[in-house]
Design a protein around this ligand. Structure first.
Ligand code: SF4
Ligand code: SF4
Length: 152
């Protein structure tokens, strides 16, 4: 399992368009499934995949470009980051990096942001906006909470 890393003030990110994350299963809300229509795999609640270059990739990928970039699912927007309530780590006794940036949600819950260390864009570019990452995560969670069980 990859090491858990937290967003700090020294974290930088720029998408290198390697398309690695377009092979992952992006969890879609009901709203996103409806919007994607035939491009959504309703059973697995993700985008449909096709074989390309010996690997499964999202069928919405054309070369190294997302064909629905401006309308891409919430998890594609937030990747390689995701915000998690700090209380979830505290409850399990997991040691949160003391330098992790803490962001307050509208309900005053404090979030920290973790990221996928295998994303080659980490360490490139500029520091990401923690507030924007939290907003995207909360929008995703809200949409998922309104989502019907798989297959509906
Ligand atoms: S894995 Fe990282 S660098 Fe590669 S396309 Fe996804 S976000 Fe961009
Ligand atoms: S919707 Fe776009 S960004 Fe998301 S996995 Fe598919 S091609 Fe990649």
């Amino acid at each position: 399992m990859a090491e858990l890393k937290f967003l700090t003030h020294s974290t930088k990110f720029k998408c290198m368009r390697c398309t690695r994350c377009c092979s992952l299963d992006v969890m879609l809300s009901s709203m996103e499934i409806r919007r994607l229509g035939a491009s959504a795999d309703r059973g697995w609640r993700t985008t449909k995949k096709s074989f390309r270059g010996g690997r499964l990739v999202c069928s919405l990928l054309d070369g190294d470009a997302c064909t629905i970039y401006k309308e891409r699912p919430m998890l594609c927007r937030v990747f390689p980051f995701i915000a998690i309530p700090e209380s979830e780590f505290l409850e399990t006794g997991f040691q949160v990096d003391p330098e992790a940036i803490r962001v307050s949600a509208p309900d005053n819950e404090t979030y920290v942001i973790i990221y996928d260390t295998e994303c080659p864009g980490i360490g490139e570019g500029d520091p990401p906006d923690p507030k924007e990452l939290l907003d995207l995560t909360i929008r995703h969670l809200r949409e998922m909470s309104e989502t019907e069980p798989a297959g509906k």
